[in-house]
Design a protein around this ligand. Structure first.
Ligand code: PLP
Length: 449
């Protein structure tokens, strides 16, 4: 076991050491090579673990995207802080089932501490209960299940027991640029993708508070901390005031933007977001823990527990907090370990520094691109830059050329009806030198196009 795990660690370290000098995307030909290598049938008999590991490294590592490195700016992708990667190794050895206190007292304790620290870091209410889930999609799901059940309970309907057939109709209000995954969540919750009210967004993708509809009855309003393209924040203070007049539930999708609250410099962007009823965020984006890791927080702990608890006398009553009663999952991995390790390793100041550094790097990229004649479509308020290189075809050519060059990796998006390059600076591993090298590569592709 010692040899095997050392081998895994040394292969992992060699992989990470190699990232600065390799392409940001998969190595040329590596994906085709992997596909061919995986074509064989189910092996007739066993292989030794060292060979399994060697296969993964030989064929898998070259075909990965270098998102653990400093020059991967695709989607909104964090890296993995060294302490969190090491913590994940150890937690993998523990192999704890963290569904309840008795199934893993250790993880239950780390989970309580991790959630407490997350709330402290973001300045969210200490009374809020949390669920560690796979990502912001499931965090939105968890929060909105609680929201749905609560607003309908106030209208005299018990969703938990009666389901949704015959229920009073809740009104769900979202911004015009709500994240695509939110609509999937609403569909999973029986609230429908198409029956939500979409409030017009402004030029930066912010919900326009002056267009909030005159609704009553059970209402849930979803606002965003961090538009996935522009990084903009919805006007939370105005939405919360509107919601309070209607006894509406305010939910925040803050997959990455919520982390602005961890920085006193950036927190003013997220004014009013702390007044919401629930918050969904990712840990695998800006907190820089390994995949997969999302966090749901609900101000009223009892409401979350009512929506998520395993009913019936499945097990003997417990006097402890059992995660299965606040999350959609039962058996689950120990996500708390990496969240705790990130916050322990960074501390309040390290977390703020990382968030602020990425924002400064995004501003530098935007400024350098603008100086090179590139049109920047968004106000760069956070870590996101949306760049346009001319008409759609030209922009797409530049994106393809940048990916082909491999110095950095940036993806495409469609924003306000135009093709654009979206650059998201979200990694602890991104150095100022990475930014300069990436800037030069993008400008070279722009010139050549
Ligand atoms: C990334 C993102 C999501 C989805 O998060 P996952 O971690 O992929 O589940 C939802 N909302 C916003 C604003 C996002 O940026």
């Amino acid at each position: 076991m010692q040899n095997l795990l050392s081998e895994a660690a040394s292969r992992a370290a060699a992989y990470l050491d190699g990232l600065p000098s390799r392409e940001a995307g998969p190595l040329p030909g590596s994906v085709e090579r992997l596909i061919r290598a995986l074509e064989g049938p189910l092996p007739g008999g066993p292989s030794v673990a060292e060979d399994v590991l060697a296969f993964l490294d030989d064929y898998g590592s070259p075909a990965t995207v270098a998102s653990a490195g400093g020059r991967y700016f695709g989607f909104v992708t964090g890296g993995a802080l060294p302490a969190t990667l090491a913590a994940q190794y150890l937690a993998a050895a523990w192999d704890q089932n963290s569904f309840s206190f008795v199934s893993s007292p250790a993880v239950a304790c780390f989970e309580a501490a991790a959630l407490r620290w997350v709330k402290e870091a973001l300045g969210l209410p200490a009374v809020a209960e949390g669920a560690l889930v796979t990502g912001a999609t499931m965090a939105n799901f968890t929060c909105l299940a609680a929201a749905r059940n609560h607003v309908l309970a106030r209208a005299g309907w018990d969703v938990d027991r009666q389901g949704l057939f015959g229920a009073p109709e809740p009104t769900v209000v979202v911004g015009g640029e709500a994240h695509a995954s939110l609509f999937k969540v609403l569909s999973l919750l029986g609230l429908g993708r198409d029956r939500v009210l979409r409030v017009e967004a402004d030029g930066q993708g912010r919900l326009r508070a002056d267009r909030l509809p005159p609704v009553d009855g059970p209402v849930i309003v979803c606002i965003q901390a961090g538009n996935v393209n522009s990084g903009a924040f919805d006007p939370a203070e105005e939405v919360v005031a509107w919601a309070r007049q209607r006894d509406a539930w305010v939910h925040v999708d803050g997959a990455f933007g919520l982390w602005a609250l961890a920085s006193s410099e950036l927190a003013p962007l997220a004014q009013g977001f702390r007044e919401a009823d629930s918050w969904a965020t990712d840990a695998h984006k800006w907190l820089n823990v390994p995949y997969d890791s999302g966090i749901a927080l609900v101000r009223d702990a009892e409401v979350l527990a009512k929506a998520m608890s395993i009913s019936g006398s499945y097990l003997l009553p417990s006097t402890h907090r059992d995660a299965m009663n606040v999350t959609p999952d039962s058996s689950r991995r120990a996500r708390a370990i990496e969240v705790w390790a990130a916050l322990k390793a960074l501390g309040r100041s390290g977390l703020a520094d990382m968030i602020e550094r990425n924002c400064r790097q995004a501003r530098r990229l935007a400024e350098g691109l603008r100086d090179g004649g590139v049109e920047i479509l968004n106000e760069v308020v956070l870590n996101q830059v949306v760049a346009c290189f001319g008409d759609d075809a030209r922009t797409q050519r530049v994106i393809a050329a940048v990916q082909d060059d491999g110095t950095c990796w940036c993806g495409g998006t469609s924003w306000k009806g135009r093709a654009a390059m979206r650059i998201s600076v979200s990694s602890w591993a991104t150095s100022d030198d990475d930014i300069e090298r990436s800037l030069a590569a993008i400008l070279a592709a722009h010139r050549e196009a």
